[in-house]
Design a protein around this ligand. Sequence first.
Ligand code: C2O
Ligand code: CU
Length: 469
Amino acid sequence: MSRGYPTRLISACTIAVATAGCGSSETTAVDKQVNPELTTATDLSDDVNVTEIDLEAREGRQQYKQGRATPVWTYNGSVPGPLIDVHVGERLLVHFTNSLPEATTIHWHGVRLPAAMDGTLRMQEPVPPGGSFDYTFDIQDAGLFWFHPHIRSDEQVEKGLYGVIRARGKAEPEVDQESIWVLDDVNILPDGALSTYLDDNSKMLGRQGNTLLVNGQATPRFTWRSGALQRLRIVNVANGRFFNLSLAGYTWRVIGTDGGPVPNPYETERLLLSPGERYDVLVVPMDAPKTELTLVNEPYERGHETGEAPPMAVATIEISGEEPLTERSFPETTADVEALEDGPADHELELNEMLDGENLVFTINDATFPDVPLIDVRQGDVRRFDVINASEMDHPFHLHGTFFQILSANGTTTAPERLANKDTVIVPQMSTLRLAARFDEPGGWMYHCHILEHAEGGMMGEIDVEGPE
Ligand code: C2O
Ligand code: CU
């Protein structure tokens, strides 16, 4: 495996980009927000082992594009909501208040926690307008997690209700610059308003907007120093859009994913993230000072000719005028991930779509939520699932409350060096993944497609983990 600097593959300007040019010589229509960062939530606790924050869901306005204010739904006034920065071993206490005109909940995507804190309707009464709820749990895993409502999620997340939790572990790599990129897309009307209209296409593929966002800004600019080791922690919070990121000429060194660091880092040219997925990557920009790179969302075929869409600019990376750093190489990173045993599947989950009268619905084993039969599991059990996608589009499968591992894809065993803890995975159209998960926490846990229109359209089920008497 190549180590050290990322490989240069092709020149940075060979890819045609639909909405932005390449290099500073071309004028681009994109807006110029520089280095948009997440605001860190204020820790109200004096105890170093506790992070205590106030979180309010409320209406607000956001400048997604310069000069236009878009009415949105926010956590603490911004989209994304505040960054919750914690360490493994700490307790997180969130005083949540709902100041929205409708009920909501918060689900902590990927965080292992007690089921009562998971924010699903199975485990909690929705928080009514004017109501409040304290979420509290211990941080067990290092990684990048996120939070969002679990009621009417297709609309509530689209309107802006999402935020990120960064949980640091003991052994974090030393880097020159670390950034979080929260990827989303929205449909902005000419007057600046956000459209959440659900047409047939959005029902089928999930809402896909006309504007791509990084950290709540349309096509922002990021400045990197030449030769400096960059760590990027990326999450896709879009309802339906997949992001297939490329930075022409570079490979991404993947050091982590949904469930934290991976035991065997690897390199890839494209970073494909379905809604809900995360990647933790390293890259060293080698271009000369004052050059520009375009972060591109490359087409990816997830069904219904989505692969024929043109590439789109996601952000501009500007190499600063600072003196290049030399001799940076990728630090060794690793992780202890205990491999779950392969074997025959205990459960089959067939994902499909069908017409219920005039209405397109998304099914698991021919049923829609809440009629998908409950799966009963004993605490501590490892269960294997064959997730069979019988439809002609990809579905990102998400499981709450624990991580899973991908044992095989269409019968081909996952290479041991790709062992990883995941909570969301793309199940490609007309194919089968075998997953294994251990259920350590008692209670009710959801699993569903993370294209939120599919989840709300029926593709969701529940697992009941029974604890000791
Ligand atoms: Cu990110 Cu059940 O969700
Ligand atoms: Cu789906």
